[in-house]
Ligand binder design. Structure first.
Ligand code: AMP
Ligand code: MG
Length: 511
């Protein structure tokens, strides 16, 4: 089948295109169209053959019912019976909009549309293209998300094309959607009404209208065997091809744990993705890091979530690590989708972080222009089991000078460079226990201990690896002197790497 793709502008709607799309639906065909939540795959909701086509095109399990989209509230009467009074009030506040209500179905709705249930899910969308299309199609359009079943829902026409090109009659391209996550589903056939899927219409908002509202407990964080009340929610959903893991803990722990896991996975040759936010993106160095939006405005996160998951797919990423989000308001919907996409794979960030004895290693020398930066760079080149932030700093740094030219020359002949290094003074406000401070000389160690006190994490490099040795300052010497210094450091850093790996293995074994 040749799938027609038609661009359509909400502000200058080409009604001829809408009419053409409406005709396709009336004849039992399939048209994908934008709604404010995600792109929907439309079919005539009252035509059982059309419903079957939807299941076939999406590869959707046939017990997963469809949502019927209407363009006017009064259209409800034809498809639902025994409508509770509160429905009118809910419609007044939230329609058109991202709220789906479950009601008792009338005889007009075929069981193909409701997945065999005696209830029907109904929504009146906000998007004007969607509403005009529904009108042109006769008023009742069932429209699940326009993706291949199980994949992240489409938030752009391009996503629909990726999944359904050649399988449906037409795609109406109305640009990117506004909300980016599917509608809230509210079951109005039970008392009190129950939220079956969280969305942009939040528990709080519903409580203001209804008073008492219950929540399907399988929605978030559930590992029990109880099936969710919305049949569709039992399937692994919204999922990228990669293995997605959610780190849970304080934001600081999540960042440290993701750094560690991304580091490890890359060392094992994996292609790694990291889901970060505006506020945290600067903390990541390993993996393909994507900004999903701002924690201050969770709507931006909702809008980008599926697109980011799809981008990782296109880049053939094998493992994705994500931060988690607050379980309030829109955050609840975000976490619900993220957990489904991850197949409930959650990891305690605290447990990962607990395995790290040191997180940061700082080499301290006098001027931070030679021995310290050399040692730091050599350690960065080592195969380390754990991920560390490796730095250097000087005791007396008056201005940010580059590295000593002879030091750079010998580093270059050893195929390393300190070309980007700028001397900085060692200026911690305090020395936390998770920093390992390695002075190149005894004298600097003593000064540090006088200044910061002794927490058992300030050593000379030689002392830490259990050697009695000295790394002389080559300053003023020949290139050979610098070469000898590099040789000496190189041997010590080998041993240091060995010791750090042994320490990391020990803390991991204790778990
Ligand atoms: P989608 O259209 O892809 O957003 O999926 C529709 C969702 O609504 C699925 O999770 C369905 O299980 C749910 N749903 C549709 N109709 C009903 C119904 N009558 N009762 C409970 N859940 C429903
Ligand atoms: Mg869906």
């Amino acid at each position: 089948m040749n799938t027609k793709i038609k661009k359509i502008d909400v502000n200058k709607m080409d009604m001829q295109i809408i009419e053409e799309a409406g005709e396709i639906l009336k004849r039992g065909g399939l048209v994908a169209f934008p709604t404010e939540t995600v792109y929907g795959l439309g079919a005539d909701a009252l035509d059982e053959k059309a419903a079957r086509k939807i299941y076939a095109a999406k590869g959707r399990p046939s017990d997963n019912p469809l949502i019927v989209h209407i363009a006017e509230v009064r259209a409800l009467d034809r498809i639902a019976t025994d409508i509770p009074i509160k429905v009118e009030e809910l419609a007044y506040y939230f329609w058109p909009g991202p709220l789906t209500m479950i009601l008792k179905k009338s005889e007009e709705v075929p069981y193909e549309t409701t997945g065999g249930l005696d209830t029907v899910a109904v929504r009146l969308p906000q998007n004007v293209i969607a509403r005009e299309l529904i009108r042109a199609a006769g008023g009742y359009v069932s429209a699940p998300s326009a993706n291949t079943s199980g994949r992240p829902s489409p938030t752009k026409a391009e996503h629909v094309k990726q999944d359904l090109d050649g399988k449906i009659d037409m795609i109406l391209d109305g640009g990117s959607v506004e909300i980016g996550l599917e509608s809230t589903i509210l079951d109005m056939t039970v008392k009190p009404p129950m939220i079956l899927r969280p969305g942009a219409v939040t528990l709080d908002m519903l409580e203001k209208v209804l008073g008492d509202v219950s929540v399907d407990q399988t929605m978030i964080g559930d590992e029990s065997e109880t099936p969710p009340k919305a049949p569709g929610m039992k399937y692994r959903h919204y999922a990228p091809k990669a293995k997605l893991m959610i780190l849970e803990g304080s934001l600081r722990e999540e960042i440290l744990a993701i750094r560690q896991m991304a580091y490890e996975a890359e060392r094992n040759g994996k292609k790694v993705g990291v889901i970060a936010t505006n506020e945290t993106i600067g903390f990541y160095t390993n993996g393909r890091v994507k900004n999903i939006g701002s924690r201050e405005n969770e709507k931006t996160i909702a809008r980008n979530l599926y697109a980011v998951l799809r981008e990782f797919d296109e880049e053939d990423v094998e493992e994705i690590y994500s931060e988690s989000f607050a379980l309030e308001g829109m955050g609840k919907a975000i976490m619900n989708r993220l957990e489904k996409a991850a197949g409930h794979l959650r990891i305690s960030a605290e447990a990962v972080v607990r395995q790290q004895k040191y997180r940061r290693i700082v080499f301290v020398s006098n001027s931070d222009t030679c021995r310290g930066p050399m040692a730091a760079e050599m350690l960065r080149q080592k195969e380390l089991v754990q991920e560390y932030v490796i730095d250097s700093g000087g005791m007396v740094v008056l201005f940010p000078e580059p590295v000593n030219p002879k030091a750079e020359a010998v580093m270059k002949s050893a195929k390393m460079t300190l070309g980007n290094h700028v001397a900085q003074s060692f200026s911690e406000t305090e020395i936390d226990r998770d920093i390992l401070v390695l002075a190149v000389e005894e004298e600097q160690k003593e000064k540090l201990i006088t200044q910061y006190g002794d927490n058992g994490n300030i050593y000379t490099l030689c002392e830490f690896i259990g050697e009695t040795c000295k790394v002389e300052d080559p300053y003023g010497g020949s290139l050979q002197t610098y070469g000898a210094c590099l040789e000496k450091l190189s041997g010590l850093i080998d041993k240091l790497a060995g010791k750090l790996n042994a320490l990391a293995a020990m803390t991991m074994d204790k778990e």
